[in-house]
Design a protein. Structure first.
Length: 422
């Protein structure tokens, strides 16, 4: 059985194409069954995220055309329109590809950890659909182990490279006891939502979300056990906040210096950590001059992110070395599987020879022949039958001057020079 990885991602296809070949989670199982029925795949797994759609298949032969045709037909796309965006990898390159994907080396954000969870979800869907065989089962168990090794042995995910995560990472550096702290988030867009989720995952004690549209603030806050307020209520709650992160589209300042100064007095000058991610700014730059305030802007975070990205790139080089080694480990297992059929055939042939010689010996014993003579003939017959193929091969290789074949047979049968072959 041959291994195929086929798909497209953010590097090969625009979002308009990616969304047309995406698989909704509730459609994965029926899609897998259809792929097995009509795509000539003996086993299959579909990985579908916002940045990629990939099919991993075990095929009876090396012909990937039926899988490409299935993908186009399933999404009612012309193959000619789809093919320019596709990549495909076979055998060792397919193994390398999924190891890189699961380790975050092929992601839009280098080293991002979410992709491993998405690969595990795809594996679970394929398992529920009964679409996994021995090849893909082994491949994905190997993939999960390698991705874990990459995370453990390198710093690929240690340094934040998104603005949201960098902001939360800084907050944690200043306040190690996040479960005892209160965070005020100003805005409810995508960036603030990411900040809120990161803070929630790190165990922030209390979360307040302020937004111009209270309903949107409420939706975000409730999903993370937080509390929603309108922008007009910020002055009433600012003094409670140890951490303030702002990211709105407001044309003017939302937090001016006199307000922050009053809140610091209420807090008895306990420090406040502030991050202004907005352009134009939400927080008066002069706030940075106040004692007990740590104010960072989006430009400050970008400098941190660039340094962290360089750190991740160095870790990625280490990860590639791990993956090189682990690809070879998997392919060694593949080679042992390839030999299994030959070993089985060799054993069956030897057992057939044994049974035939044993039946003949029993007939001779039943005819009254001397048991010692029968046993000697049995041993002689079995020996000749078993060594005939390698001896014939050695003679043929010697006659043709095929040194490589001679060496192969000698190594296979552990032969020593000078020992005769009958």
């Amino acid at each position: 059985m041959s291994l195929l990885a086929l798909g497209l991602n953010h590097q090969t296809a625009p979002v308009g194409v990616r969304e047309r070949v995406a698989f909704a989670p509730d459609r994965l199982c029926p899609a897998l069954q259809d792929l097995l029925d009509h795509g000539r795949a003996h086993e299959a797994l579909i990985l579908s995220t916002c940045n990629r759609t990939e099919l991993y298949c075990g095929l009876k032969d090396n012909d990937s055309r039926p899988v490409v045709e299935w993908l186009g037909n399933y999404h009612t796309l012309r193959i000619a329109d789809l093919r320019p965006y596709l990549y495909q990898h076979a055998e060792g390159q397919a193994v390398r590809h999924i190891l890189r994907v699961a380790s975050g080396l092929d992601s839009l954000v280098l080293g991002e950890p979410q992709i491993l969870g998405q690969v595990k979800a795809a594996y679970q869907a394929a398992s529920r659909a009964g679409a996994l065989g021995a090849l893909l089962e082994r491949l994905f168990q190997h993939t999960f182990a390698v991705a874990k090794q990459v995370r453990t042995d390198t710093r690929i995910g240690a340094s934040p490279v998104s603005v949201a995560f960098a902001a939360v990472g800084l907050a944690k550096q200043i306040f190690a006891d996040l479960p005892r702290r209160t965070a005020l988030l100003i805005g409810a867009g995508d960036t603030i939502e990411l900040v809120a989720r990161h803070l929630h995952q790190m165990g922030i004690g209390r979360l307040i979300v302020a937004n111009r549209t209270l309903e949107r603030a409420h939706t975000l806050a409730v999903s993370l056990a937080g509390y929603a307020i309108a922008l007009e209520e910020i002055a009433l709650h600012l003094g409670e906040a140890d951490i303030v992160i702002a990211s709105t589209a407001s044309p003017g300042l939302l937090l001016e210096t006199p307000l922050v100064r009053r809140c610091l007095k209420q807090r008895r000058h306990r420090p406040m950590f502030m991050v202004d991610l907005a352009v134009p700014r939400d927080i008066d730059p002069a706030v940075a001059d106040l004692d007990d305030v740590y104010l960072y802007t989006v430009d400050d975070l970008k400098d941190i992110i660039q340094g962290n990205l360089r750190s991740r790139q160095a870790a990625a080089r280490q990860a590639e070395e791990i993956i090189d080694n682990q690809v070879e480990h998997f392919m060694a297992w593949r080679r042992t599987q390839d030999s299994a059929d030959s070993i089985r055939a060799l054993r069956l042939r030897a057992e057939a020879m044994r049974d035939e010689a044993l039946a003949r010996a029993r007939r001779q014993l039943a005819q009254g022949k001397d048991p010692t003579e029968v046993l000697g003939l049995l041993a002689h017959t079995l020996t000749n039958k078993l060594i005939h193929p390698p001896c014939a091969g050695l003679r043929e290789a010697a006659a043709q001057g095929d040194i490589e074949m001679l060496t192969l047979i000698q190594n296979l049968y552990r032969l020593h020079a000078g020992k005769p072959c009958s």
